[in-house]
Design a protein around this ligand. Structure first.
Ligand code: 6CS
Ligand code: FE
Length: 288
């Protein structure tokens, strides 16, 4: 007997459609998360100390200059400069970053928000070097993780930890506050092997100008700046993006996505096959 899975968040059909969020934002009853519930994000001025930043920066520099890492399919290079743009599954490649994932300041906060044990759905370091590194166009991560990785519910949280200074000029993260409460189903089917293109420049799953204008008019846009060591926790369904970085100053971060073990990936809801496990994990072992 085939079990039909209800798709609460239809996307990548013929037309764009708005669906109100049908999931809590904060799944646990932990105090102090009221603003995260309201805005969909929580900015932390210092999640890790300057000394710890130095350790992770050194590890990032080591990884991106290691030819074996650069040759690995988990490394994505900048289209123009061929600089390393991102390295995925960094928590498996590097014991140093694996330690960061297990740090109580990190995984403990994810458990509080998601109200359960958690596993890492995705991790990456984004280098975003200076002199023209390209940004990430507006999107909801959940739209991709639902469509292509098969995450059924909005019970997923990302944390972006700055490893370099995030100025207001070097391509920082922008989020539309409150946009996490509406799911924007995008028009246009997912192409085969979409990830080979989307991790450089996303196309499928990007909103129309009209939808973005309506969301921006309603919610505004918040730019996140902060010192190295600062962090932004944000809900999987926030509409967010970041601009190019044409300054000489890199905007490097480590980005960890925690998913509830109660929300494990199923079959993709709008893609022919799941993405590789280094992008959307298929090992649901809780972080200990
Ligand atoms: O497709 C993804 O999973 C990745 N893409 C972006 C632009 N943000 C989320 C995630 O890292
Ligand atoms: Fe994203």
């Amino acid at each position: 007997m085939t079990t039909t899975v209800t798709d609460l968040y239809p996307t990548r059909g013929t037309t764009e459609a708005l669906t109100p969020r049908q999931d809590p934002v904060v799944w646990g009853d932990a105090p102090g998360l009221e603003s995260y519930e309201r805005d969909g994000f929580l900015a932390v001025e210092q999640l890790i100390t300057p000394d710890e930043v130095a350790v992770y920066r050194a590890e990032l520099d080591r990884l991106i200059s290691d030819p074996a890492v650069r040759a690995d399919e988990r490394a994505i290079v900048e289209p123009k400069s061929q600089d390393v743009r991102s390295v995925f599954e960094v928590h498996r490649i590097s014991e140093v970053f694996a330690g960061l994932v297990r740090d109580e300041r990190v995984v403990g906060t994810a458990r509080k928000i998601l109200g359960s044990d958690v596993y890492v759905h995705q991790s990456r370091i984004n280098v975003k070097p200076g002199f023209g590194a390209s940004g990430f166009y507006w999107h909801s991560d959940f739209e991709t993780w639902h469509a292509e990785d098969g995450l059924p519910r909005m019970r997923t949280v990302s944390v972006s930890i700055a490893l370099t200074e995030n100025y207001d000029t070097n391509g920082g993260l922008m989020i539309m506050p409150g946009s996490h409460r509406t799911f924007l189903g995008c028009a246009g089917a997912t192409p085969e092997d979409n990830y080979k293109q989307s991790l450089k420049m996303q196309d499928a799953g990007t909103p129309s100008d009209e939808a973005l204008t309506a969301l921006a008019d309603r919610h505004g846009i918040r730019l996140f700046t902060g010192r190295a060591g600062s962090a932004t926790w944000f809900d999987c369904n926030c509409m967010h993006g970041s601009g190019d970085n044409i300054t000489p100053y890199p905007r490097s971060n480590v980005f960890i996505v925690f998913n509830s073990v109660e929300n494990a990936a199923q079959e993709p809801f709008a893609a022919p096959v799941p993405r590789p496990s280094f992008i959307g994990a298929r090992d649901f072992t809780p972080v200990r």
